[in-house]
Design a protein around this ligand. Structure first.
Ligand code: ATP
Length: 488
């Protein structure tokens, strides 16, 4: 990361804390590594992102329904899914500093350095080589790649590495009071398995016909070896996942469909397309047939925000095997080539999986601006503004009586009472108006309305737009619809 990008990233982290978006967890005890809490503005923004996703999946697609499965699941779930045996990252320890690293992170950091030095081709070749070796689980050559590229520990500065080992990322705990192996259960590392084990419950009760999807949002837990970059990589985080069940043979079509549809969802928030790119996987997860990431240009470079995975019939087949319960679907549509019904089969699955916290960081990074304003008299001023898309901004409208007297707060309250059943509003009567505007800019409120003495006479107010800072006088009874128009 360049010095300038690092400075901006640090400013975003401080801003998130100062304005009640994100706090380190249990901060009074010095925090807990890679665990964060969301404050008043943060929890609103997070909820709005979740709702925007949920609506786009379950309301805008008639063939997608939602569920809310428990975090704890029968431990055999994770044996069947392959997580007990395969959900691990290759890691390496530096013998001098005793620091542990994920091997891919070490190599990616080196690639970032090469890119910053203007050696983008070398960086790309290095990452390609890494992908191939990771896919082959060739840890000897991977360690050689570290040596060839003179990759050292940032703490000790040495390349005195241990062998590369696999490290399982699942947290476990005990069910009930007796600590025995048989009672070991896991905190789910992904929400997807809650969907798979409920596949037939949902299909039958909601009377779904293939192709159809099941969506879920909820907490997931991973014991990340190296947690860094603020809320980008957390040990407790939230996912928004959708599993789309399809007839075998059509998965290629649906994979392309969801790859495109998911990018369009991001762009529907008005975010610049230049900031996104696809990254097709060479190393596929143990369940995957085809996979890609949607990457976003964070201040620390292009990184994954969402994964689209063609998971074949792996998960349902595994659950059928381990549970000995049929996971089949009966398809009575007619196959044109045989003239008969497609009949019983285990559906194939295309998954879309996005991290809610990562999407939150994406929105913060994309919205944050330290702006210099040139005033009419030629002097300059500055402001920090969050250009959060209106649809998901924590507050949509700030209602600001110019003074605390002369009946202005009472009139402003009338507007507040009219609007607050429809969208989140903020009411404030303290401080100079300019100061109040700046505070709203800093938390991303798209519209401010000032109620002044003229409002008492003609029921008009001044509306100020966050991004342009333009102000205009409009009739008070137009405010609610103006905001509503921007939300839907
Ligand atoms: P990474 O390569 O960054 O570890 P992943 O490929 O393991 O991520 P998936 O298993 O595909 O991630 O999970 C889907 C999504 O969940 C990711 O695209 C990301 O947005 C989110 N996610 C995964 N791990 C974390 C984490 N530790 N903290 C926050 N979000 C995460």
């Amino acid at each position: 990361m360049s010095v300038q990008s690092d400075k901006i990233f640090q400013s975003i982290i401080s801003h998130a804390k100062e304005y009640g978006f994100v706090f380190p967890s249990s901060e009074i005890y010095d925090g807990l590594s890679a665990v964060y809490d969301y404050g008043p503005n943060g929890s609103e923004l997070k909820k709005n992102i979740r709702d925007y996703w949920w609506k786009s999946m379950t309301q805008m697609h008639e063939n997608i329904v939602g569920i809310d499965a428990a975090i704890f699941m029968h431990p055999t779930t994770w044996k069947a899914s392959g997580h007990v045996d395969n959900f691990s990252d290759p890691m390496i320890d530096n013998k001098d500093s005793k620091k542990r690293y994920r091997v891919d992170h070490l190599i990616e950091a080196k690639a970032d350095i090469l890119t910053n030095e203007g050696k983008a081709d070398e960086a790309e070749a290095l990452l390609k080589q890494m992908d191939i070796l990771l896919a082959a689980e060739d840890f000897v050559s991977l360690k050689q790649l570290l040596a060839d590229n003179k990759i050292v520990c940032s703490v000790s500065g040495t390349s005195n590495w241990t062998e590369i080992r696999q490290f399982n990322l699942m947290f476990d705990t005990q069910l009930g009071s007796v600590a025995e192996d048989a009672n070991t259960i896991y905190l789910r590392p992904e929400t997807a398995q809650g969907i798979f084990v409920n596949f037939l419950n949902v299909q039958k009760t909601a009377r779904m016909k293939i192709p159809f999807g099941i969506a879920q949002t909820g907490k997931a837990f991973r014991n990340e070896i190296v947690a860094r970059q603020f809320i980008f990589r957390m040990r407790e985080f939230e996912q928004m996942e959708m599993q789309f069940f399809v007839r075998p043979g059509t998965e290629g079509f649906w994979y392309k469909f969801w790859k495109e549809a998911r990018l369009q969802w991001h762009l529907s928030l008005g975010i610049d397309a230049e900031k996104y790119r696809y990254h097709d996987h060479v190393k596929l997860a143990h369940y995957a047939k085809e996979a890609c990431d949607i990457e976003f240009e964070f201040p620390f470079g292009f990184k994954e925000v969402e994964g689209i995975h063609s998971r074949s019939d792996f998960d349902l087949t595994q659950h059928q095997l381990y549970s000995k319960k049929k996971m089949q679907y009966f398809d009575n549509d007619i196959d044109e080539t045989t003239g008969k019904a497609f009949g019983n089969y285990i559906p194939y699955v295309v998954e879309t999986s996005i991290g809610l916290d990562r999407m939150f960081l994406l929105i913060l990074s994309n919205s944050y601006e330290e702006e210099t304003i040139t005033k009419e008299d030629g002097t300059t001023d500055s402001r920090v503004v969050l250009h959060i898309p209106t649809k998901i901004a924590p507050n949509k409208l700030a209602i600001l009586p110019l003074t605390k007297k002369d009946g202005l707060p009472e009139l402003a309250r009338e507007l507040m009472d009219e609007c607050k059943p429809y969208f989140k509003c903020f009411f404030e009567e303290k401080d100079a108006i300019g100061k109040r505007y700046r505070r709203q800019d800093a938390i991303g409120t798209p519209f401010c309305v000032t109620v002044d003495h003229q409002s008492l006479e003609d029921k008009t107010v001044t509306i100020r737009y966050r991004d342009s800072m333009l102000q205009e006088r409009i009739s008070m009874d137009k405010v609610k619809d103006l905001v509503l128009n921007e939300i839907f």
